[in-house]
Design a binder for this molecule. Structure first.
Ligand code: MCN
Ligand code: MOS
Length: 766
């Protein structure tokens, strides 16, 4: 990605603190390539001689495959291989993202025991995708069906299994609740939701030699995925190359290689030809899991003046029969408000579904829907303004662990958001505000997201032609990584941002951890900053001491500004000239932000290919979170029960913003997904067979432009150097958190009806 394509939108647009390129509003470096179609997505990569693979998914929800008659398919035109559990190459088992290890000594990505509808059972490889599809239709699969437990609403699903890590207790919640003068007890539900990135999943797998594999696959975690392929096929990590320069969205679904990824690599290996595999949109609904369905009950007790005395939180999420996934319900409940008595418990309930997965703000998002709806209900029970109730319960320290906040500017969020929205004009009475036939509702809620900090690694190359390259295996799925890393390097080195070219998305480049948990920007900005500063020092040392340097012995120190190097008051020369004069093509520096340098190569690799760095460990002295407050207006049609979000103001504390324009876009993206969650998104399962009835984008509704009103976001963040080295906090997910609750609260204010199970559809309102 070359930064030459970037123009600054407004020269003066910045976070008000920027002295150099970092912190300024630049348009996306990859934007023009994506908009004009020049960006090549994984499946558009041209590979000579590629065969096409289609996957076949089970049509029953539980039971087993009795037989697969492959003869017709194998005899079909153009077919090279029909794969199933019987003939697929045995691979080495590897734990998934969530730590689930497949059973047995070997792993094949095809099922014979069926545990969910749409499980991978076979694949066909042919010369063309049409031939592969036609042959796949001619597979004769016989199943033996077993009873299906499709959702946790089915009584046979039972109560599930407790999640130890989500059991938290302090004080005496039960007693305090019994004695509380005001209390509420409420239950909330959220349905299955799917990530549905606009670019569906798929890959091209290519073996260059017996032990060298190249994968083109959209990825939120290049190194983690390379490590998975290396383990599966028993080859060294360095021999796997995963390439993913452009990604059409992921939202949590592209953090790991999936069973179909193993299929493409297996087929390519068995056939000795590159294999291209595109998962169809309907297949994506069961090729990987989305957010599982949840229920939560909250009991909150308060004093008459609105001080919370106790919270009891219980929750459950659906998980797969095959493996565990914990949607960490209650993670917001335990840290958002000052609460002296607290108890939470959670279970996971196995059902016949695909293993659920991470979906923008996993845990935090459903957690805040329940807590923030409940806070609105408590405010009504107390006869108190919902912002005032929250202000009264603002905690001085993290109530869960007693740690001080690295920064918590939620009160500033209330001030700025309420003022911009005009909250003081709200009549608290439900159904009291109107606009013709439309009932007008104003609601608010808050969100939060933790700051994680895994290590990062980067290389900075200063070239003799005066350009600078930044290299990392980090990725950009629409977030802005290319852009902010160029800004970072330009800032630290003292070169114009247009001269910096950022190369990402290739596991051959220096290591990076997962672009998940909204951690990538902070940790890669930190790594690139450190590397660029080291490169700057090297350039100065070269200028001062190289015998061929034109600047040798001219001063005690040199400065670099605008791509020129020279003594503080003397004549400067272009950086490229210094390199040329000293006989170099390039000056290259690599640095990482691992805590210790002397780790073995194996330990270092494992830091980038495990989730170890994401722990909010006891060693971290401060509690680090981003915060936001959403203020929402809805219009509810009294006769038809339709809901439209007509106005949104969200004030966000995400620390220092490296690029306020892109951060604004991230906040808006989260808010838009929150609108979808509140009003539209719902995976519907057939209780008879576990089939997903709306496995396509015509029936699984997401928010479109027509659903989106004017959105104003306000940053109230200040640099937080206790959170991250360059003062930023988490941006990518925070604004989805609490958004659905703000809408549900606004709908209650408009219509006088509380909807506690999402989405809020007209039949629930009427
Ligand atoms: N940023 C900033 N200042 C900061 C932090 C971030 O200006 N202090 C801006 C930067 O432009 C940066 C972006 O915000 O590129 C996101 O930064 P960060 O919060 O670190 O999030 P990640 O880079 O780790 O991206 C992952 C995050 C997650 S976990 C999901 S889910 C999600 C999200 O980003 N999926 C997305 N935003 C998405 N946006 C798009 N377009 N597509 C997705 O799939
Ligand atoms: Mo985001 S769901 O943490 O990839």
């Amino acid at each position: 990605m070359t930064f030459a394509e970037i123009t600054t939108k407004r020269g003066d647009a910045s976070d008000g603190m920027a002295t150099g390129p970092l912190g300024r509003a630049h348009v996306r470096a990859d934007g023009p390539a994506k908009i004009t179609g020049r960006a090549t997505y994984a499946l558009e990569h041209a590979v000579a001689d590629a065969l096409h693979c289609v996957i076949v998914q089970s049509t029953i929800g539980a039971g087993r495959v009795v037989s697969i008659d492959k003869s017709d398919a194998e005899a079909s035109p153009g077919v090279h291989l029909v794969l199933d559990a019987g003939n697929s190459l045995p691979l080495v088992p590897k734990a998934d993202f969530f730590g689930n290890l497949p059973p047995g000594d070997t792993f094949v990505p095809f099922a014979t025991e069926i545990r969910h509808n749409g499980e991978l059972v076979a694949a066909v490889v042919a010369d063309t995708v049409e031939q592969a599809r036609a042959a796949a239709d001619r597979l004769h699969i016989t199943y033996e069906e077993a009873p299906v437990v499709a959702t946790f609403a089915d009584p046979r699903a039972g109560d599930g299994n407790p999640v130890e890590a989500m059991s938290k207790t302090w004080g005496e919640a039960e007693q305090a609740l019994a004695e509380a003068p005001v209390s509420i007890e409420v239950r909330y539900e959220t349905p299955r939701e799917y990530n549905v990135p606009i670019e569906p999943h798929g890959l091209i797998a290519h073996w260059e030699a017996d032990d060298r594999l190249t994968i083109h696959e959209p990825s939120q975690w290049i190194d983690g995925m390379a490590n998975q392929f290396a383990t599966w096929f028993g080859i060294p990590f360095e021999n796997v190359r995963v390439v993913s320069p452009y990604i059409g969205g992921g939202f949590g679904s592209k953090g790991q290689a999936l069973p179909h990824s193993a299929v493409a690599a297996t087929a390519a290996r068995m056939l000795g030809r590159p294999v291209k595999l595109a998962v169809t949109r309907p297949q994506t609904f069961t090729a990987h899991g989305g957010r599982p369905a949840t229920w939560q009950t909250l009991k909150i007790g308060a004093s008459e003046d609105g001080r919370i005395v106790a919270i009891d939180h219980r929750g459950a999420n659906e998980t797969a029969a095959a493996a565990n996934f914990v949607e960490t319900l209650g993670v917001v409940t335990s840290m958002m408000y000052a609460v002296p008595n607290f108890r939470s418990r959670q279970t996971i309930v196995p059902v016949n579904t695909v293993v659920p997965g991470a979906f923008r703000a996993p845990g935090k998002n459903p957690s805040a829907f329940a807590l923030e709806s409940a806070m609105d209900e408590l405010a009504i029970a107390l006869g108190m303004d919902p912002v005032e109730l929250r202000r009264r319960n603002e905690p001085d320290v993290d109530p869960e662990n007693g740690k001080p906040w690295s920064s918590r500017r939620l009160l500033a969020c209330y001030d700025a958001g309420a003022a911009a929205f005009g909250w003081s004009k709200r009549n608290p009475e439900p159904r009291s505000m109107r606009n013709g036939r439309q009932l007008v509702g104003w609601g608010m809620a808050v969100g939060t997201h933790p700051v994680y900090s895994s290590p990062g690694e980067a290389m900075v190359r200063v070239l003799a032609n005066g350009r600078v390259e930044v290299l990392s295996s980090a990725i950009d799925m629409g977030t802005g990584t290319y852009t902010i890393l160029a800004q970072t390097a330009a800032d630290a080195l003292g070169v114009p941002v247009e001269r910096v070219e950022v190369k990402l998305g290739d596991s051959r480049l220096p290591r990076a951890p997962v672009a998940g948990g909204s951690q990538l920007a902070n940790l890669m900005v930190g790594a690139v900053h450190k590397t660029a500063l080291a490169a700057r020092e090297d350039l100065i040392a070269l200028g001062l001491s190289d015998p061929n340097s034109p600047l040798q012995n001219q001063a005690n120190t040199l400065i670099i500004e605008d791509g020129m190097i020279g003594p503080p008051r003397g004549p400067a020369i272009p950086l490229g000239d210094l390199l040329t004069a000293t006989g170099r093509d390039a000056l290259e520096v690599t640095r990482d932000t691992l805590p210790e340098k002397e780790r073995t190569a194996e330990e270092r690799l494992s830091m980038f290919t495990s989730l170890a760095g994401m722990e909010r460990g006891p060693g971290i002295p401060k509690s680090r979170h981003s915060f936001c407050a959403h203020f929402v207006e809805v219009l509810v049609d009294e006769d038809f029960g339709t809901v439209r979000v007509s106005r949104v103001v969200s004030a966000v504390d995400a620390g220092r913003l490296y690029n306020p324009k892109l951060a604004d876009s991230q906040f808006k993206g989260g808010i838009i997904m929150g609108i979808g969650m509140a009003l539209l998104e719902e995976g519907i399962t057939d209780p008879r067979n576990g089939r997903i009835l709306n496995a396509n984008l015509a029936d699984y509704l997401i928010a479109t432009n027509a659903d989106i009103p004017a959105i104003e976001t306000i940053s109230v963040g200040e640099p937080d150097y206790d959170a991250t080295p360059l003062g930023g906090k988490a941006v990518g997910e925070v604004a989805i958190v609490g958004m659905a609750a703000a809408i549900a609260n606004a709908v209650h204010h408009a219509a006088g009806k509380r909807i506690r199970d999402l989405p809020i559809t007209m039949e629930k309102l009427l």
